[in-house]
Design a protein around this ligand. Structure first.
Ligand SMILES: [Fe+2]
Length: 453
């Protein structure tokens, strides 16, 4: 442990916010069974809620995005909370004790932080981070290993692929500070890499997420630009870069993409996109700007609707909600299709979302332009919530929203289940966890049916 690490863990004056309080890591890997529950777990939920986040084992990292990934999981089975587990993803970065800022991490495709998202596809579970290969996990969260799809994947794998609910294809991309800056890929429903094509962009930019419609893949080339000649600040906002959205047919190639200029901004997370006749509609969480320096203010995200008329070329941008938010999600069954409802985390007083203040869960209805909030108490810090349908025939709001909530007054965490069809209601279940879950990033509900066969 370095002197800086010791200062950070013992002297609040030296503690960056992203390793302080519940941003700070937990140090034990725990297994607990038959968890205590307040309320009733819906008996239709049989699967796992899995979520990853940055959990530096030294207690210190260079950035909130830089610590080693620890996956927290809760197994639900026929109304019971069967287990909780938290496990480091045993990547080469983790095993070698490297910070994400180490040049060796940039050059080694297996040196993932694995701290950004978890999802299942083709019967397998992956922990993802956007500059490296995926890491496969067992259903009990043991690390199986990195995955390059039989040597076919030669780029990074985004942490925000999009699983098409109609075809079962997983659309994704890899970006890089080095050429090729952007490559589009598709895994088929069986998990085979069936399409890879390079896309021309002027420079390497931090492309955190992307979108699909029924017919398109959509790329956000925004002005967080790599400049590796600038050793002090190799990535940051570039006023000269502009901002553009690339829309191409699914399974298309570089020659098929159309670029649309938009007002410069940053989007970590779209809510969803779809195509309506010749108009591509994208609902996104738009930041007016963004800083990569963790101590520099980044304006919060508001829900915006971009429309791109593929016939006329017209672009429209409109803010559709004044409430700031983070971690927007839709029902996985409407990804790329018209959506009505969305889920996010928002500030309690609606003014701003920092994730460093107590919050509420928000449910948007973009058809009526209204929203509802679930207030989990004045000391509650909700993390990302994901929607899970009650059964396969359920409508878009007929199910549950699930996520971790940190209770500051007790320094404890629960897995909370909300009734998606009863906006504003109290939780139907709180599953009490044996240790706090640090604030993290993204996760998934992995239904037992997704791992069958
Ligand atoms: Fe993300």
């Amino acid at each position: 442990m370095t002197e800086l690490d010791i200062d950070a863990r013992t002297d609040p004056a030296h503690t960056p916010w992203f390793v302080d309080g519940n941003f700070g890591p937990v140090f034990d890997e725990v297994t607990d069974v038959d968890l205590r529950v307040t309320g009733s777990i819906p008996p239709t939920l049989s699967g796992r809620y899995l979520r990853t986040g940055s959990n530096p084992p030294s207690g210190m990292s260079s950035h909130w995005f830089a610590g080693d990934g620890m996956v927290h999981g809760v197994r639900l089975d026929a109304g019971n909370a069967a287990w909780y587990r938290n496990r480091y993803v045993q990547t080469t970065k983790f095993e070698r004790g490297l910070d994400a800022s180490d040049p060796e991490v940039m050059l080694d495709p297996t040196a993932s932080s694995a701290n950004t998202s978890v999802l299942a596809h083709a019967g397998r579970i992956w922990a993802l981070e956007e500059l490296h290969l995926p890491y496969e996990l067992s259903p009990e969260l043991d690390t199986i290993g990195s995955d390059d799809f039989g040597g076919k994947l030669t780029t990074a794998f985004t942490a925000h692929p999009k699983l098409c609910p109609q075809t079962g294809e997983l659309h994704f991309f890899g970006y890089s500070p080095f050429p090729p800056f952007l490559t589009y890929h598709v895994l088929d429903a069986g998990g085979a890499l069936v399409h890879s094509t390079e896309i021309d962009v002027p420079k390497g930019t931090m492309m955190h997420d992307f979108m699909i419609t029924r017919d398109h893949a959509i790329f956000m080339d925004l002005p967080i630009v790599f400049d590796l000649s600038n050793l002090e600040s190799p990535i940051g906002w570039d006023d000269t870069y502009g901002a553009r959205i690339g829309i191409m047919p699914r399974m298309g190639a570089n020659a098929d993409i159309r670029w649309f200029e938009i007002d410069p901004c940053y989007v970590f997370h779209p809510l969803n996109a779809y195509v309506d006749d010749n108009v591509v509609v994208c609902d996104v969480g738009r930041h007016a700007s963004m800083s990569m320096q963790p101590e520099v203010y980044t304006p919060p995200a508001h829900l915006h609707r971009w429309t791109f008329d593929l016939a006329s070329g017209a672009v429209n941008e409109q803010r559709i909600d004044e409430r700031t938010h983070a971690f927007s999600r839709v029902d996985d069954r409407v990804v790329g299709l018209p959506h009505r409802y969305g889920w996010g985390v928002s500030h309690r007083d609606g003014s701003e979302t920092t994730l460093r203040e107590p919050g509420v869960v928000v449910r948007w209805d973009v058809v009526t332009g209204t929203q509802a909030t679930y207030d989990l108490g004045p000391d509650a810090f909700p993390s990302e919530f994901v929607f899970v349908q009650d059964d396969d025939a359920a409508g878009e709001d007929e199910g549950w929203a699930i996520g971790f909530v940190y209770n500051a007054s007790e320094d404890s965490s629960d897995l909370v289940i909300l009734d998606a069809s009863a906006p504003g209601s109290d939780p139907v279940a709180r599953i009490h966890l044996p240790q706090r879950v640090p604030f993290g990033f993204h996760g998934s509900w992995v239904d037992d049916s997704a791992l069958a066969g």
